[in-house]
Design a protein. Structure first.
Length: 245
């Protein structure tokens, strides 16, 4: 995954991103994050078009963001209240925002958009550097499932309606824990190719990254509702707390 361009994903998908994530449990995520923030300011890594940031701000929280994609941030800016959310444009594994926060948020598998373990470790350290003592870093991600691949490839139906079909083709590179994907979105307006690369990591690996950054795991749930995380869980919401020194 050489030549990493953190802004590439946004250039490809920004104009239809909100349509692609309509199915996500946004209300449950907002409620959970609101409770975890305990009234303090929130920084979202990969703030994108503001799916979570804007409703959190509407509930009275101070929200800021970091995002590598000017295209995604432009969509955010065009929404009601979007111009009042401060956003730093840059790679969230390294870029900084002004202030210290009660909670740093990184959702919808976006940690895997970082191209290497080193970059993911930097991301955890960057999150810790933005937190107040005792603050929380909240990550939402899928659980890797190499068994779902045959000959290190897969083709799966993501969604099917009368107006849209989304199919995902993927190729696994286990040696470096990389997954190369392209979604094919078919509508009456034509075909869109939406490529994305992932450097996936198991939950226990993310736990170790947190420990290296001076954080410890406080919670792990199967989803935003707080359902128990089990052997059968295909995703997780993990909450890490910055150790007070």
């Amino acid at each position: 995954m050489g030549g990493f361009d953190a802004s590439a994903y946004g250039r490809t998908i920004a104009d239809i991103y909100d349509e692609m994530v309509e199915h996500l449990p946004t209300d449950a995520a907002v409620e959970r994050v609101f409770l975890l923030a305990e009234g303090g300011p929130v920084l979202e890594f990969g703030i994108g078009t503001g799916r979570l940031a804007l409703p959190l701000a509407a509930r009275g929280l101070a929200v800021a963001g970091i995002d590598a994609s000017p295209d995604m941030v432009a969509i955010l800016r065009g929404k009601p209240g979007g111009d009042r959310v401060p956003v730093t444009v840059g790679d969230f594994s390294e870029a900084t925002a002004e202030g210290r926060f009660s909670l740093v948020l990184l959702v919808f598998n976006t940690v895997f958009a970082l191209p290497s373990q080193d970059a993911q470790v930097r991301c955890f350290r960057n999150a810790a550097a933005h937190l107040r003592p005792g603050g929380r870093f909240v990550i939402e991600a899928w659980v890797p499932d190499p068994a779902a691949f045959r000959d290190r490839t897969s083709l799966r139906l993501v969604s099917l309606t009368e107006d849209e079909i989304v199919v995902e083709a993927a190729r696994l590179s286990p040696a470096e824990q990389h997954m190369h994907t392209t979604k094919l979105r078919m509508t009456v307006n034509g075909l869109r190719l939406l490529p994305a690369n992932h450097r996936y990591a198991w939950p226990c690996e993310l736990d170790l990254m947190a420990r290296l950054a001076g954080m410890e795991r406080e919670h792990r749930w199967a989803d935003w509702s707080g359902a128990p995380f089990t052997d059968d869980s295909r995703a997780h919401v993990s909450v890490y707390r910055l150790l007070e020194t």
